[in-house]
Design a protein around this ligand. Structure first.
Ligand SMILES: [Zn+2]
Length: 256
């Protein structure tokens, strides 16, 4: 197995990109959101910290064949920045605002699937891992930030190793992203696959809550929230996304 290689830090432009952020209030920091790893449920990644990283508290993630892998939101929030610095610094990078002064950053991406102002659910794919910006190879540079400063990173409440490399398994989205059924009255059919012709496994009542673990594309269905070919996996079957309120017109969970 190929060992993860050391990656260049690439944050020189950060200070210029975020000028003069000064906290004027002495209010204590709010408790951190329940951050999860920025990868789909169950995936194991090597995470590296090092004291000469910039910022020092960031983590670089690698695994075999990681180029193009899904990068997911570490917690629910609102997309604050979707940037492209070309071959400089972070390259393609995204920042999500989680409230209470907490933000996360995802850098060196090859693709960005969200836009500024968009709400995202924990575990929702926001882009793809790459090697854009000042990077020596595919990896994800990840930061957890409090009131403008990168802080030591925790997942599921457990701090990662400072300093060194460890293997970490993602619990992100394992419980599923919530959605609420809005059909206007009738129950929503849970099917064996993502097509209207697939067999029925049962129904979810109007107003019921489901937990979406992943999605597939299939039959286009005109529902309460427009027309969509997204089908969400709930339990062992699939329901048409166009009848679910999830807070987003995009998938809120990784592809199945
Ligand atoms: Zn880095």
């Amino acid at each position: 197995m190929r060992m993860p290689t050391r990656r260049l830090a690439a944050v020189a432009a950060t200070a210029a990109a975020v000028p003069a952020f000064v906290a004027l209030s002495a209010a204590p920091a709010l408790a951190a959101p329940a951050f999860q790893m920025p990868f789909p449920c169950g995936q194991t990644w090597s995470g590296q910290t090092r004291s000469d990283h910039s910022p020092a508290n960031a983590v670089d993630f690698n695994r075999d064949g990681d180029d193009g892998d899904a990068v997911t939101a570490a917690a629910s929030g609102t997309v604050a920045r979707v940037e492209n610095l070309g071959t400089e610094s972070y390259g393609l990078w995204i920042e999500i605002d989680h409230g209470g002064g907490w933000r996360t950053r995802y850098a060196h991406l090859s693709g960005e699937f969200v836009s500024v102002g968009q709400g995202v659910a924990a575990g929702q794919q926001i882009g793809t891992l790459g090697t854009s910006g000042k990077s020596s190879g595919p990896h994800l540079h990840f930061e957890e930030r409090s009131n403008g400063s990168a802080v030591k990173i925790s997942f599921n409440g457990a701090q990662v190793l400072y300093w060194g490399s460890g293997n970490y398994t993602s619990g992100n989205g394992c419980a599923g992203a919530p959605g609420t059924v809005h059909t206007g009255g009738i129950s929503l059919t849970v099917r064996t696959g993502p097509h209207t012709t697939d067999g029925s496994l049962g129904t979810v009542p109007n107003g019921g809550t489901v937990f979406i673990t992943c999605y597939k594309r299939g039959s286009s269905v005109a529902g309460t929230y427009g027309t969509s070919d997204i089908w969400d996996k709930v339990g062992s079957g699939y329901v048409a996304d166009s009848y679910l309120y999830t807070g987003s017109d995009q998938p809120v969970a990784p592809a199945c």
